[in-house]
Design a protein around this ligand. Structure first.
Ligand SMILES: NC(=O)c1ccc[n+]([C@@H]2O[C@H](COP(=O)([O-])OP(=O)(O)OC[C@H]3O[C@@H](n4cnc5c(N)ncnc54)[C@H](OP(=O)(O)O)[C@@H]3O)[C@@H](O)[C@H]2O)c1
Length: 338
């Protein structure tokens, strides 16, 4: 990998204040390499990104690289590049650990070499014991739908992690409004955020507003439209945000890649994008997008108008036996399907 020569002053990167009062940097580095990048390559990118000014890293147990990222963090601390408190580290409990949230959290902490996480998320609201290894065609016989009582057991364990100081903040991912309504009704500690798919072709304005109205910040995954996502997550109907003529025209005007316009739009729209790249030129330009040359109100309005309600991460590997299609995972008609 090329060494980072670019640097963005982290103090200039906007921060979003969570309901807990903690401030999360408005751009984070994604670390899901799919099958395209090895754990070592991603860990090296983390090291270079922190040197370049990144202070927010989005990790997850299921990405299979927390040990390598932990080694990278250890080096950064030993070299005095940053202190632990300078960084925002997120991790997530995977679907196969819903019955042992504390064990999963402790394992992530151990691999990452940390004694606390800034944010711990329930990765998906579905318990599932084999995904993501199942193919799109087959269904995991153990897959289960969302069952609120089970999810609340997971959430009680999440609350316990916060009480114990193992994590500073707890949040959700891939939640819908009906599921979040139940969680808000029954929780003791509210989630500070929901991590969800957000890009110019999937803006989810109603869900985003609902979250924000309830003091829940919105972390946006696939902010560039995940052009290199796994084949299992591609369908013929999918669109390509970075090829959208409106995005391309705005990019031409600003003299940047269309990906940068997606990041600027996300930050200015109050989201917290977590773009992925291991390539220094790309990940540094993604961070720089948040600190210079903002989009105009007209450009923001033009991007608002190109929403296509096109979900890329459909979650089809989590379909349970009686689910009719992946649409059943998303409670689209306001009903939680089982
Ligand atoms: N909570 C969840 O369920 C969930 C689900 C999905 C993802 N995530 C998180 O969100 C992160 C981001 O999602 P993602 O990786 O799927 O999608 P993404 O960030 O939208 O897209 C990443 C792709 O965009 C390309 N790219 C990045 N910066 C670029 C730039 N400046 N110019 C041109 N191309 C650029 C990269 O290409 P190269 O490969 O060539 O660098 C990379 O393959 C993940 O890494 C993960 O941390 C969370």
């Amino acid at each position: 990998m090329n060494t980072v020569t670019d640097y963005v002053n982290p103090d200039l990167v906007p921060k979003v204040t969570l309901a807990s009062g903690d401030k999360i940097p408005a751009v984070g580095l994604g670390t899901f390499g799919s099958d395209n990048y090895t754990a070592d390559v991603i860990a090296e990118a983390v090291k270079q990104a922190v040197r370049g000014g990144y202070r927010h890293i989005d990790c997850a147990a299921v990405y299979g690289n927390e040990k390598e990222i932990g080694d990278a963090l250890k080096e950064l601390f030993a070299e005095g590049v940053v202190k632990r408190e300078d960084l925002w580290i997120t991790s997530k409990v995977w679907n196969d650990k819903h019955d042992d949230v504390e064990g999963a959290c402790r394992e992530s902490l151990s691999k990452l070499g940390l004694d606390y996480l800034d944010l711990y998320l329930v990765h998906w609201p579905f318990p599932n014991y084999h995904a993501p290894k199942v193919s799109v065609e087959s269904r995991d016989p153990n897959a289960k739908p969302y069952i609120h009582e089970d999810y609340m057991k997971v959430w009680r364990a999440m609350e316990g992690l916060k009480d114990a100081g193992l994590v500073r903040n707890i949040g959700t991912s891939n939640m819908t409004r009906p599921k979040m309504e139940l969680l808000l009704r029954d929780c003791r500690i509210k989630p500070v955020c929901n991590e969800m798919e957000l890009h110019p072709h999937f803006q989810q304005p109603e869900l985003k507003k609902y979250m924000e109205d309830n003091g829940i910040a919105v972390i946006g995954f696939c902010p560039i439209g995940s052009p290199n996502r796994p084949e299992r997550d591609k369908t013929p109907e999918d669109t390509v945000p970075i090829e959208d003529p409106v995005i391309c025209e705005i990019a031409r005007r600003h003299g940047v890649h269309p990906a940068i316009i997606c990041i600027k739009w996300a930050v200015q729209n109050g989201q917290i994008p977590i773009p992925f790249s291991v390539k220094p030129a790309k990940f540094m330009s993604n961070l720089r997008a948040a600190v210079e040359d903002p989009l105009t109100a007209e450009e923001m309005a033009a991007i608002k108008a190109i929403d296509k309600n096109c979900r890329f991460i459909k979650g089809q590997v989590f379909m349970w036996k009686t689910a009719r299609s992946w649409h059943d995972l998303w409670d689209e008609d306001g009903i939680i399907r089982q």
